[in-house]
Design a protein around this ligand. Structure first.
Ligand code: PLP
Length: 259
């Protein structure tokens, strides 16, 4: 007899961040806050402070998949969240894993650069994410820089989103903090059109781990059966409040206060 879990289980495949602001710790805190249980799979180890990432050591692709597969065969994971992958090998390994779990909702945060500017993906990985992972994605959560990098050659953000939907993502949610607007415009696309804009007041300062917080919260809500537009709405509100309560604990960016 298969026991129904009392708590929705979310697997996050992401990198470590020793500041505790982004990456796997951000995901765990966000998933717990949304009432889920986090199953963390490490894809890469980073060396960083609150200013920038200074080194990245990707895990062996096979080891990433073994970590994930062992838990997926044991626990009834209800949703996946993918953040930093760190290597083309990891992109390919994840693609192979996803083929074996076609029904699992996937929130993909295409982490291409650190908040401080360090590149976390090369051109080959950008192509790999686009060709191998985007077609399998339930909700893709790029910021505007990542949306433009993935949808090369698209003039506007709307055109970028359409290109990513055409590539096979079910929903694309573009976050707008990097734009020079007084309010932050976060926009959800699906079904070949713009569905909804979720504006939030712009907060003072630079933050570390906002994308991780948001995407993990969406995954935790999808794991509970929440519809995507509702999940996005709740996750934006949760993330904004975590940032508003954020603290400058080091010498660089502020860290969200998620709990
Ligand atoms: N994951 C890891 C391990 C990171 O180090 C970073 C940024 O430095 C990110 C994800 C992305 O962070 P953010 O949520 O600020 O986009």
């Amino acid at each position: 007899m298969i026991m129904q879990p009392s708590v929705p289980i979310v697997m996050t495949l992401a990198g470590s961040d020793p500041t505790g602001g982004a990456g796997i710790q951000a995901d765990i805190e966000s998933i717990l806050s949304m009432g889920g249980h986090a199953a963390p799979v490490i894809t890469a180890v980073t060396v960083q402070d609150t200013r920038d990432v200074v080194a990245l050591a990707p895990m062996d692709g096979e080891l990433i998949i073994q970590q994930a597969r062992t838990v997926l065969e044991d626990m009834p994971v209800a949703a996946l969240k993918v953040g930093l992958l760190g290597s083309m090998e990891a992109v390919e390994a994840l693609h192979a894993l996803l083929n074996d779990y076609p029904e699992l909702p996937l929130v993909l945060d295409p982490v291409l650069a650190a908040g401080g500017g360090a590149a976390l993906a090369d051109e080959e990985m950008v192509d790999g994410i686009l060709q191998l992972l985007v077609p399998r994605t339930t909700v893709l959560t790029p910021n505007t820089l990542e949306a433009r990098a993935l949808a090369r050659g698209s003039d506007t953000l709307d055109a970028c989103a359409m290109a990513l939907l055409d590539q096979g993502a079910e929903y694309v949610f573009i976050t707008g903090t990097h734009e020079r607007t007084s309010e932050v415009h976060n926009t959800l696309y699906g079904n070949h059109r713009r569905l909804e804009v979720f504006p939030v007041p712009r907060l003072e300062g630079e933050f570390h781990g906002s994308g991780c917080t948001l995407s993990a919260a969406i995954a935790a809500l999808l794991a509970q059966g929440t519809a995507v537009p509702v999940a996005v709405h709740e996750a934006v509100s949760y993330t904004w409040h975590s940032l508003q309560a954020g603290r400058r604990l080091g010498m660089g960016q502020k860290l969200p206060n998620r709990l």
